[in-house]
Write a new protein. Structure first.
Length: 135
């Protein structure tokens, strides 16, 4: 098998894997009822954007679609970082209500592992980190 064929198969594998992970993310968001307020719908938008961008490259690979995928993945990563910020800041605010005299370091530590998990907003970022590199 030639190096070009191996690279083609690796690209296909990563695109399909990314597509399945975005589907899983959308399903998980729906199952945990991540629809409480408007800001929570951003996770659906980012996951949907990643899904459709990946799908477009999977069926119509070209320079424009690959560049569009890379741009979309950048937006998804930025949205994931925003989600992490939202989760941690909400955890810290909750801990501040429960323990009003706690120090910042105590609040920050509890904010990383509270009711809203730290890496919940990181789900899409982890799933897209390797896709654009191989396309």
């Amino acid at each position: 098998m030639s190096a070009a064929e191996v690279l083609r198969r690796l690209r296909l594998f990563l695109l399909v894997l990314s597509l399945l992970l975005f589907i899983g993310t959308l399903l998980e968001l729906w199952l945990v009822n991540h629809t409480g307020d408007a800001i929570q719908w951003l996770a659906f938008i980012f996951a949907g954007l990643g899904f459709f961008a990946t799908l477009s490259v999977l069926f119509r690979r070209g320079r424009k679609t690959v560049l569009m995928l890379r741009g979309c993945m950048l937006v998804v990563v930025l949205g994931s970082l925003f989600g992490i910020y939202q989760h941690v800041s909400n955890n810290i605010a909750f801990e501040r209500e429960i323990h009003p005299n706690a120090t910042f370091s105590q609040l920050a530590w509890k904010g990383l592992g509270g009711a809203n998990p730290l890496l919940a907003g990181n789900t899409c970022r982890r799933r897209t980190s390797g896709v654009g590199r191989y396309l």
